[in-house]
Write a protein that binds this ligand. Structure first.
Ligand code: PEP
Length: 259
């Protein structure tokens, strides 16, 4: 059974104090989870420290970024092997904040995707449209362009055991969650596209949704099994809210699995 993957993207937040206090709380709730799998994505500098704290638990580590080079004169960068060395399992790439503030384009992101897979880590590929693109009905085109850019330098097998996070840009950090029917439409479209190239591969892809997920707005997300996880930013930073949210996800998954 595929577990529902909840990735807490802490972005540029956290400190030793924050981590020492909150990892204890996360470990405690993790103990009782049957349907939900947790992954923490802190800033690079805390990955190693958190890896030690979560040893012997099912909580995993996600990096927020990686470079396309393996070594050399690339000041400020971190390689896939370094991430592996310190126990990272997943790497977020294509996040809109990196596309916007660091000018990362689809070709660059595609190179990262291929490299992450080559070194046996799991990419979380963020794709999604701006408000403007949504108004112009370009959602599917935007998502498929990113997938095609990866296919240009690799082949469909590269998508096996990867994660695609549908994150509409207008929903990230805005408090506006996407309508589940729209999310469903986009995910089904991507599934169909990948399936047209290889039917088996699509079954090995996790689909996450990200964009203003919180305790109050997720009810509709559990009517059907369209998504396999959430990528959560803001709501993962206040631990009380995050724990309520995880409990709610777990409860919904229990009900969904019974139905
Ligand atoms: C994100 O940054 O990936 C994200 C989904 O953020 P938020 O939950 O704050 O919208």
């Amino acid at each position: 059974m595929k577990k529902f993957l909840v990735t807490a993207n802490w972005k540029l937040n956290g400190s030793y104090n924050f981590i020492n206090k909150n990892i204890k709380i996360i470990k405690k709730i993790n103990h009782s989870l049957k349907y939900c799998q947790l992954s923490i994505s802190p800033p690079y500098v805390y990955l190693h420290y958190i890896n030690n704290l979560i040893k012997n638990t099912s909580i995993s580590l996600t990096a927020q970024n990686v470079d396309i080079h393996l070594k050399g004169s690339f000041t400020g960068e971190i390689s896939v092997n370094m991430l592996k060395d310190i126990g990272v399992k997943y790497v977020i790439i294509g996040h809109s904040e990196r596309r916007i503030y660091h000018n990362e384009d689809i070709n660059f992101i595609s190179k990262k995707f291929v490299l992450i897979k080559k070194y046996n880590l799991i990419p979380i590929l963020c794709i999604g449209e701006t408000e403007e693109q949504r108004k112009n009905k370009l959602i599917e085109k935007i998502c498929i362009n990113q997938i095609n850019s990866i296919l240009k330098i690799s082949n469909i097998n590269i998508f096996s055991n990867t994660i695609i996070a549908y994150e509409p840009l207008w929903a990230i950090g805005s408090g506006k969650i996407a309508d589940i029917n729209e999310v469903k439409k986009v995910i089904l479209f991507i599934r169909k596209y990948i399936s047209s190239l290889n039917k088996e591969i699509v079954e090995n892809i996790y689909f996450q949704y990200g964009g203003s997920v919180n305790y109050f707005n997720i009810n509709n997300f559990f009517k059907k099994k369209y998504i396999n996880g959430f990528l959560i930013g803001k709501a993962s930073l206040t631990m009380k809210n995050f724990i309520f949210l995880i409990e709610k996800i777990e409860k919904n998954l229990y009900l969904l699995n019974r139905s």
